[in-house]
Design a protein around this ligand. Structure first.
Ligand SMILES: [Zn+2]
Length: 199
């Protein structure tokens, strides 16, 4: 999935610290503490369905650390992160609108990787993980999606390169007989990659 990109003009304008209105040390500490409290509350809240799936997927993807993936119950949960990263409210709303339909995404091609638990694609993998007879295979499909985003988060790989890496991983597991149910998904990704990479 593409990475959300906020045009430079819409990024918040930072005021150099020294140029801000004078703040006492305790005010600054309180401001920092409330920001972190806000993030901690979001993290405590963020235990949606699919958490076990992500944990298992990461087991198959040692390149990605657990703290580099965040599961959002809803795209609007991204707001707290964007505000904590000093996005203006308008830029944050625009970014949330932009990523609302994505299953997984990065913001400005940086870690963390966000997983949108409310997306149809993620819900489908969660159902397969919980109810099919092949939970590990469902976890590998999710791992391949995370691997795709990892390509973006690492160096902003273009869509063709990210898809090529994802397809290679899926095929590696398929050829090792570790992934037997993902034929249609691999075909869909190949069709997508022809669109981005050419025939
Ligand atoms: Zn992508």
């Amino acid at each position: 999935m593409p990475s959300a990109h906020v045009p430079q003009g819409k990024l918040p304008q930072f005021t150099p610290f020294a140029a801000r209105s004078p703040a006492t040390f305790s005010t600054v500490c309180w401001r920092l503490a409330s920001e972190w409290l806000f993030i901690a509350l979001i993290l405590l809240r963020a235990q949606p369905a699919g958490h076990g799936l992500i944990r298992r997927a990461l087991h198959f993807l040692p390149q990605v650390r657990p703290d580099q993936v965040i599961v959002l119950e809803s795209p609007s949960d991204l707001m707290g992160y964007l505000l904590a990263w000093h996005y203006s409210r308008d830029a944050a709303c625009e970014t949330i609108k932009e990523v609302a339909s994505f299953a997984e995404f990065t913001v400005d091609r940086h870690f963390p990787i966000f997983v949108n638990a409310s997306s149809r694609h993620v819900k489908r993998i969660v159902t397969s993980w919980e109810r099919s007879g092949f939970p590990d295979q469902a976890a590998r499909v999710m791992a391949s999606d995370l691997y795709h985003e990892y390509q973006h988060a690492q160096g902003g790989a273009d869509e063709c390169r990210a898809l090529t890496a994802q397809i290679a991983l899926l095929k590696q597991w398929r050829d090792a007989h570790l992934l037997t149910i993902a034929g249609p998904y691999i075909s869909a990704k190949e069709t997508e990659s022809r669109r981005f990479c050419g025939p």
